[in-house]
Write a protein that binds this ligand. Sequence first.
Ligand code: ADP
Ligand code: MG
Length: 390
Amino acid sequence: MIRFEHVTKRYADGTTAVDDLSFEVAEGELITLVGPSGCGKTTTMKMVNRLIEPTAGRILLDGRDIAEADPVELRRGIGYVIQQVGLFPHRTVLENTATVPHLLGWTRKKARARAAELLDLVGLDPAVHGDRYPDQLSGGQRQRVGVARALAADPPVLLMDEPFGAVDPVVRERLQSEFLRLQSQVRKTVLFVTHDIEEAVRLGDRIAVYGEGRIEQFDAPAAVLGAPATPYVADFVGADRGLKRLSVTPIERGDLERPPLVHLDDRLSAAAARLAADDARWAVVLDDADRLHGWISAEAVRAGRAGDTVRDHARRMEAWLPLGASLKQAFSTMLQHDAGWIAVLDGDHSDHFLGVLTPAGLHEALRRSIEAEALGADRTEVTVDTISTA
Ligand code: ADP
Ligand code: MG
């Protein structure tokens, strides 16, 4: 679909931004271009829609040399999303989204209907957001409008230059999962620029890792992470590989520990016996329906009066996650609650308590994940529930 043949771009001041670049992107493929700032990613992108002309080499789109195409015509077939979305401030969301259909001469009615359909597709309710102006939207919502607008004329190719770079990490994660879902429906050929390897791994069918002006490795995410082609790539992806794996590795049953369990109505003497049997310093406290209530320490059990129940001395536990949540969520939940462990519940079956994840368990799970990946196993997918627009 897109083919670079020995493409070089030298700017007037002598900077070689892109040096003898050759690669090919198949139809419907999502390629992430990742690398540090200044390595030539934006230059690569802008040569595809001819905002920049190459110094040497050629670029083929669907087998045709784009140098011979009319640039305006060419750009109609290429959606373009950038970080500073560039929405028209005095036009409503619906009008902004309908920009290209208007340019193409569609009737107002047809263009608006198409715009509404696209807003819906990117998770914005046209009835709620359609008549708002860009400054009445959050940063994440503006990015969604940018994506909707780029898709409006149904172009086969989408260029996205750090589209989610300016939003906070939580919104970015949501936009990423929404974009993946969208892409699974529309199947565009996408070049997606990012400087964030985690984003590149999450989104890309394949990743092009840029060094200065050249591609150091062009491969599937697992291959880039598991078998870096050059020391440069190893350094680029390896710096925080563990952190990256955290977000794609789910908590599994085997990662959990089973501390002693007591119930709210148990006598302290019974709790003491349970703790002594396991030589444990604390126990998990469940309610009558075996749902998580909290925990109780061996100290509290010793200090309590003989007639007391667990209920009188138990502490609530708010740090919990469903099985299948990512290790990253587990880690951040531990930090957020300043907890030395978190409870893991069977989210699918009435929050049944399954066990606890400790830092040691988390570490084990992470090692398992890194090893599995190095052996070439596929990426483990974590499904992230998306909350539609706030
Ligand atoms: P990236 O998007 O990866 O950050 P760019 O493609 O924007 O990188 O830039 C690649 C290199 O080309 C950088 O060294 C940058 O300074 C240089 N560059 C970009 N645009 C121009 C320009 N118009 N004139 C001269 N040098 C440029
Ligand atoms: Mg750039």
